[in-house]
Design a protein around this ligand. Structure first.
Ligand code: KIV
Length: 317
């Protein structure tokens, strides 16, 4: 790694001016004021820092980490320790956004005390400011909130339920299912969830639930009427190596950008065009002189010994 000078981040305020921190109550205020909430997943220091400096309100260290960063087939295998590791990196980068960590599959399935203990690790060891839980786990959400752990709920297409759902399918496609989704959202909000992610549901369902709830909804594949929107960072910049879902908008092609940068670097190395003299360190003049003198002395000694007649040994024969 190259050693770079630490630079002041651009962030949103000039140096010395405190940055207003996004908190869970601030998200509820944003809903009341009709201000859209921008949310994005990130999993490491550089992308979290860029997202924070770009003014994203909520950064989710999502368990999508398993797929987009770790190359796994679904989100099920990622562990609490892996999630903690990435949440810590994000924590170091972020000054303004609310940091939410996803509780991975299995980490909140072993009863309320064990689930609280896992959630506490995200707050205490990794610096998350809230955890996200998939599904209508109302009693657990209540217990977490009572333990001072803010919670974001997640309903609709919940990727940890991939086996039960039989794939990643749009949810709540019947009137009954919409009513159930709305009842679940109400129950979570009533239990203290500070926001609810609605994923992969019809726009009309999300619109109705958003209008009825006092806490913000954050949509992904849920249409434009939610209080906020979230995307997976790697989808946003085309780093996912798979056809994008209908709801994804690609704002950049980082895959093409990175590929071309890496190919040009490889070609430069192969043609000895990298590094240049200007990209090299140089000896000070005095040391250079000494090195040259030593080099010349060693060369002339070597030449001298090469000039010696085959000498003593052949004479002795
Ligand atoms: O893990 C994830 O990326 C999510 C989504 C809501 C974006 O849960």
């Amino acid at each position: 790694m190259s050693v770079t000078q630490p630079t002041e981040g651009a962030h949103l305020s000039p140096p010395g001016v405190p940055i207003p921190k996004v908190t869970m109550p601030a998200l509820i205020d944003m809903k009341r004021q009709g201000k859209p909430i921008s949310a994005l997943t990130t999993y490491d220091y550089p992308t979290a820092r860029i997202a924070d400096e770009a003014g994203i309100d909520l950064i989710l260290v999502g368990d999508s980490l398993a797929m987009v960063v770790l190359g796994q087939e679904n989100t099920l295998a990622v562990t609490v320790d892996e999630m903690l590791h990435h949440t810590r990196a994000v924590r170091r980068a972020v000054r303004r956004a609310l940091i939410v960590a996803d509780m991975p599959f299995g980490s909140y399935h072993g009863g309320i005390p064990a689930s609280i203990a896992n959630a506490v690790r995200f707050i205490k060891e990794a610096g998350a400011e809230a955890v996200k839980i998939e599904g209508p786990r109302v009693e657990l959400v209540r217990a977490l909130v009572e333990s001072e752990i803010p919670v974001v709920g997640h309903l609709g297409l919940t990727p940890q339920s991939v086996h039960r759902m039989g794939g990643y399918r749009v949810q709540a496609r019947t009137a009954d299912a919409v009513l159930q989704l709305q009842a679940d959202a109400f129950a979570l909000a009533h239990a203290g969830a500070g926001a609810i992610v609605l994923e992969g549901v019809p726009r009309e369902a999300a619109e109705q639930i958003t209008a009825a709830l006092s806490v913000p909804t954050i949509g992904i594949g849920a249409g434009p009427d939610c209080d906020g929107q979230i995307l997976v960072f790697h989808d946003l910049v085309n780093l996912t190596f798979a056809p994008a879902a209908k709801f994804v908008r690609q704002y950049a092609d980082a895959s093409a950008l990175f590929r071309s940068a890496i190919e040009r670097y490889r070609e430069d190395v192969e043609h000895r065009a990298f590094p240049s003299d200007a990209e090299s360190y140089h000896l000070p003049e005095s040391a250079l002189k000494m090195v040259r003198i030593e080099h010349d002395r060693a060369n002339s000694a070597a030449n001298e010994s090469a000039r010696q007649p085959l000498g003593h040994e052949s004479n002795r024969r």
